[in-house]
Design a protein around this ligand. Structure first.
Ligand SMILES: *[C@@H]1O[C@H](CO)[C@@H](O)[C@H](O)[C@H]1NC(C)=O
Ligand SMILES: *[C@@H]1O[C@H](CO)[C@@H](O)[C@H](O)[C@H]1NC(C)=O
Length: 105
């Protein structure tokens, strides 16, 4: 069983993220499952999603007004399975990186 501290820490980091800005991802800052980035004009949203009834997760960009309409998928051929953690990050050199555990997808 996870300690309450664990959940408090997670919750605080999520709230912190939401409160700071959902439009900016700084170098080395991670975007995890459940978090999204919203474009400045609020047309696009980016994050991990599961299409339809699939439990696989993909990093994608969709229309905020119609989340079922996905405009771009990063890891189409390398889905993240339901039980895997995943995060997205932009390195300081501009490379986009999706990680799961210690491996880079
Ligand atoms: C990001 O992390 C790398 C590796 O730990 C580090 O070398 C780099 O300075 C960091 N960049 C920023 C902007 O924090
Ligand atoms: C950015 O840094 C990573 C880690 O050092 C490296 O694997 C990647 O090739 C670099 N990307 C570019 C565009 O130089």
């Amino acid at each position: 069983m996870q300690s309450p501290f664990f959940f408090t820490t997670i919750l605080c980091s999520l709230l912190h993220f939401a409160a700071v800005d959902d439009r900016i991802l700084f170098p080395n800052q991670t975007l995890v499952i459940g978090q999204t980035l919203v474009s400045q004009n609020q047309v696009f949203e980016m994050g991990f999603f599961s299409p339809g009834k699939s439990s696989n997760r993909f990093l994608g960009i969709w229309y905020t007004s119609t989340p079922d309409v996905v405009a771009w998928v990063a890891n189409r051929n390398h889905p993240i399975t339901a039980n895997q953690a995943a995060s997205f990050m932009i390195y300081g050199n501009g490379s986009l990186v999706i990680s799961s555990g210690k491996s880079i997808i």
